[in-house]
Design a protein around this ligand. Structure first.
Ligand code: ZN
Length: 241
């Protein structure tokens, strides 16, 4: 294999490595975003529970205030009852008392119900807070790990880029341009092995004479897919058998 092709193969290895590291770098903000969204949704859950509990407590305050009003009214009515001069007035006052007593009974059930609701609301809020806090801690730890990984990966990329630059500087311009062109076209590997007498990239048959030249290190570009076909350790000249 000619020196240049060896270098191209080396460059291809470095580029594959760069691609892998770049993909890992791209993955990091994506994972961070997932954590952020999860936290955001747990924060929303917590705030919903908080609002619900506040509303329950507000209802409780209203019921209790209402209860006080009705209890005072009942006491007042009972005092007045003793002062009633006629049967009609007495009956009318009794009606008022009955109505107020019913109202008090009704409020009593509501207050008890509201107390249960408040108790459950407190539990739900505490649960939502715990879930959110726990995840916040876990997420912060994970973010730190990811930040650390990102730093290492960026260093890796810098080293690989330097390595790449050095290798590229030792390759002839025409060959390098061709390589870059194929690489940008995104056809995967630019340099492939000769496989059983065919191009390892597109499996087109290669004439036996050419396979011999390839085995001797000649530069050969597949006329079909444009890749460099080289002799590798596992190459064979099936066509030349
Ligand atoms: Zn080919």
């Amino acid at each position: 294999m000619k020196e240049d092709l060896k270098k191209i193969l080396l460059l291809q290895d470095v580029d594959s490595h760069i691609d892998r590291v770049s993909a890992e770098i791209d993955e990091i903000p994506r994972e961070k975003l997932i954590h952020e969204r999860e936290l955001e949704s747990q924060k929303t859950d917590y705030e919903k529970e908080k609002k619900k509990l506040e509303e329950t407590r507000e209802s409780g305050r209203k019921y209790n205030a209402d209860m006080e009003v009705n209890e005072n009214r009942l006491a007042e009515f009972k005092t007045k009852l003793l002062e009633m001069k006629t049967n009609d007035a007495y009956r009318a006052m009794m009606e008022q008392i009955k109505y107020t007593e019913n109202r008090i009974n009704d409020l009593d059930s509501k207050i008890i119900e509201n107390m249960y609701e408040e108790e459950n609301g407190e539990k739900d809020l505490e649960e939502a807070r715990k879930i959110w806090e726990r995840n916040k801690k876990r997420s912060e730890k994970r973010q730190d790990i990811l930040d650390g990984q990102l730093e290492v990966l960026k260093e890796n990329i810098e080293e690989l880029m330097a390595e790449r630059k050095e290798i590229a500087s030792e390759i002839g311009k025409r060959l390098l341009d061709k390589y870059e062109q194929l690489r940008t076209a995104g056809r995967g590997l630019v340099v492939v092995g000769l496989e059983k007498g065919t191009c390892g990239g597109c499996l087109t048959n290669i004439p036996p004479q050419t396979t011999v030249e390839i085995s001797q290190g000649e530069t050969y570009i597949c006329p079909i897919c444009g890749r460099f076909v080289i002799w590798k350790d596992d190459s064979s000249m099936a066509g030349a058998k």
